[in-house]
Write a protein that binds this ligand. Structure first.
Ligand code: GRF
Length: 207
């Protein structure tokens, strides 16, 4: 299955996905990496791995329509069947969501629906978790719909917040979990094991 990864930043989740593919844990191909940020580490990682690395930003186009057309044409040209957001900071236009129903995934560094939505990204999430005083946090992989951090939940993993955690120490432990579960969640989609019914995501049994 051809996958597109959309990323705005350093790209450690992209790296984890590529490692899972190299290790034979995930039977898929990252055909293209798209970033709104020309300096994204994710684009460098893509190039180093011989993957098409595209800088596509709304600013390069005179209309939303041309912008969406460009993204869709790059995806279609590579027969992309699944879009994986890995630290992508832009909203996915509705036309793309319609073209890829239940086929766009996102990872969020907290247990949604808590600590999600507008402005809840990067270190802001971990700061908010510590300030609120919750005892557990974690990682959520969900399907992307038209609202930030809102679509049906595919996978979650919880970890403990320790008394002496700082946003930085927490971010580090959460990121490790992200790298473990994102390839696992993607695998379920690649293997056609995911059934989505409204907000419920069910995983088909092995037999
Ligand atoms: C991760 O924490 C992810 O959950 C969030 O953005 C961060 C991306 O990190 N959506 P990286 O670019 O994959 O290293």
């Amino acid at each position: 299955m051809n996958i597109a990864v959309f990323a705005s930043g350093r790209g450690s989740n992209l790296m984890a996905i590529l490692n899972a593919i190299k290790e034979g844990k995930l039977n898929a191909k990252v055909s293209v990496v798209i970033s709104n940020n020309s300096n994204a580490g994710a684009l460098t990682i893509a190039k180093e791995n011989g993957i098409d690395a595209l800088h596509i930003s709304r600013k390069q186009f005179s209309s939303d329509e041309d912008y969406v057309k460009k993204i869709l044409s790059e995806l279609r040209a590579r027969n992309v069947e699944l879009i994986v957001l890995a630290g992508y900071m832009k909203k996915i236009p509705p036309e793309i969501i319609r073209e890829y129903p239940n086929k766009i995934l996102n990872i969020h560094p907290a247990l949604l629906p808590a600590f999600g939505g507008l402005g809840m990204y990067g270190m802001n999430v971990h700061k908010a978790v510590i300030d609120y005083g919750v005892k557990i946090t974690g990682v959520t992989v969900h399907i992307v719909d038209e609202e930030y951090d809102h679509g049906p939940i595919v996978m979650q993993k919880a970890i403990e917040v320790k008394d002496d955690d700082t946003p930085e120490t927490l971010a580090e432990r959460v990121l490790k979990i992200e790298h473990e579960i994102y390839p696992e969640a993607i695998k379920l989609f690649v293997e056609g094991k995911v059934i989505v019914s409204g907000r419920k995501v069910m995983i088909k049994n092995e037999d």
